[in-house]
Design a binder for this molecule. Structure first.
Ligand code: HEM
Length: 473
């Protein structure tokens, strides 16, 4: 069997056929191997449930393209090289479609739909997420952040992930959903938003969809609560949206305006409006929550980086504003590096829409494919000392020298994250708002490799209940 770890540029060491040739002879190719170091395929699922990240690391030790087995549900094909990611998300994207899990979980929102309907939804929502538009949310974001951090006191022990879950929901609702959440209340809604990621806990999503797990029940209840909230908000805004939906200044006005203007059939029915709200609430808060938690962990565990970060935020005249963002260079690198080492979307699923040839192997039609972003972003072929948190690696030309898809925390191609600018702005403003006033000390325990306790669900999260000590500066 050929060993297929490709080099940085993506040239296979043992296969110099062009992609065109590869595609034409796909059906003659063997299926990718089951990695020999993962034990019998019948046991893969149990090993993966026990430790998803180590399972992923081991899977790619010898080859970029491998196969693992989900007991009773067929195989999963893992594509661990940026060139494969590029083909799936960009150059050969018509050969792949979204995984059914997203549809079951989120219905017909932007994250899920495909083809013409996706294009219509994306075009309709895009104006709310351009860099210029997002910059106008900056003051509102900081106001929400301060509302919460004003209550932090010297000596507090805080579960930051839980604080950030509340904070990112506050921000999302106040900026694009047009409603300020109650700081201490709205518990049912907050818990429901949190329960949306229950669909993807490994002990649940690795099982066939008909198995009724407690996590799935919590997910369904959470989703129902968010849909009720969506109905309420949409009804409240009815008749109050600008006549021209492109002038809407938040998501709610946009959706209501589109419906009232009778535009875009794909966006209109109640079911889809609700799905859209659930999608944005899910996609828009959990990912930023985990990035902020890991960024604070990384600062607390890297005193040199923290010193540079604090020197930078100490230069600010007051709470950060949109005008300050361009000057927050260290903060920017901290966010970039956090997303490299702890990408919230650590693995992106797709299905093959037709048979494809990949790195000399064949992947049949209708199979599940995984793009392991975390794996690739920690691969020493692309990043020197990949397990070191080193924001300064981004100071020079690294970005332009890297393969475009070696760093892809927001995905890539036409379906790249629509909330990217929103998330980056929010993360930088939150770190600067907190960093000016507080020093955070990690009270949890890292493992033998210096890594924090993580819990890979739909997003890569910190294990629940991990605490930080808050010290006023
Ligand atoms: C650090 C924060 C974030 C990360 C790492 C992240 C990551 C991603 C990734 C990897 C995708 C691609 C999914 C795919 O191709 O299947 C995606 C799509 C998406 N994200 Fe984000 N995201 C973040 C924040 C946000 C925010 C703040 C919002 C909204 C306010 C958002 C809304 C969406 C939506 C609606 C899509 C689907 C886009 C489409 O298919 O056209 N995301 N995100």
């Amino acid at each position: 069997m050929a060993t297929q770890r490709q080099d940085e540029a993506g040239t296979s060491e043992s296969d110099d056929a062009s992609e065109g040739e590869r595609a034409s002879v796909a059906s003659e190719r063997p299926l990718p191997p089951y990695p020999p170091n993962l034990g019998h395929p019948a046991l893969h699922m149990f090993r993966q449930m026990r430790d998803t990240l180590t399972f992923g690391e081991r899977a790619h030790r010898f080859e970029d393209v491998v196969r693992t087995r989900l007991l009773g549900q067929g195989d999963i094909f893992h594509l661990g090289h940026p060139e494969c990611v590029k083909r799936v998300l960009l150059t050969e994207r018509e050969k792949f479609r979204k995984s059914g899990d997203f549809g079951t979980a989120f219905g017909e929102g932007l994250l899920t739909v495909e083809g013409e309907e996706w294009q219509q939804q994306r075009d309709a929502l895009q104006p709310l997420f351009t860099r210029d538009r997002v910059m106008t949310y900056a003051d509102g974001m900081v106001e929400q952040m301060q509302r919460r951090t004003d209550r932090w006191e010297d000596g507090d022990r805080l579960d930051l992930q839980s604080e950030f879950t509340d904070m990112t929901l506050d921000v999302l609702f106040a900026t694009i959903l047009g409603r300020e959440l109650d700081l201490d209340g709205d518990r049912r809604l907050r818990e429901a938003a949190e329960d949306l990621h229950e669909w993807f806990v490994p002990t649940s999503y690795l099982l066939p969809p008909w198995v009724p797990t407690p996590a799935r029940r919590r997910f369904r209840e959470g989703k129902a609560t968010i849909r009720e909230e969506a109905d309420r908000l949409l009804a409240e805004r009815a008749g109050d949206a600008p006549a021209d939906p492109t002038e809407a200044d938040d998501l709610l006005s946009l959706l209501v305006g589109l419906r009232e203007a009778g535009m875009d059939a794909a966006m209109l029915d109640d079911e889809r409006l609700r799905d859209q709200m659930v999608t944005i609430i899910f996609a828009g808060h959990d990912t930023t929550t985990t990035s902020l938690t890991f960024a604070c962990w990384a600062l607390a565990n890297n005193p040199d980086v923290k010193a540079r970060f604090q020197a930078e935020v100490d230069e600010l005249d007051g709470p950060p504003t949109a005008d300050d963002v361009a000057d927050l260079e260290v903060t920017d690198r901290v966010v970039t590096e956090t997303l490299r080492m702890y990408p919230p979307v650590y693995a992106l699923p797709r299905l093959t829409a037709e048979e494809v040839a990949m790195d000399g192997y064949r992947i049949p039609e209708g199979e599940r494919v995984i793009l392991p972003f975390r794996q690739i972003q920690r691969d020493e072929r692309f990043f020197q000392d990949p397990d070191e948190f080193r924001p300064s690696r981004w100071d020079g030309d690294l970005r332009s020298e890297l393969h475009n898809f070696a760093y892809a925390p927001f995905g890539g191609g036409p379906r790249i994250c629509i909330g990217r600018e929103f998330a980056l702005l929010e993360a930088k403003l939150a770190l600067a708002t907190i960093g000016r006033e507080f020093d955070l000390y990690w009270l949890g325990e890292n493992d033998a490799d210096g890594e924090p306790p993580v819990s890979p669900e739909m997003t890569l999260r910190m294990e629940q209940g991990q605490e930080f000590l808050v010290a006023e500066r």
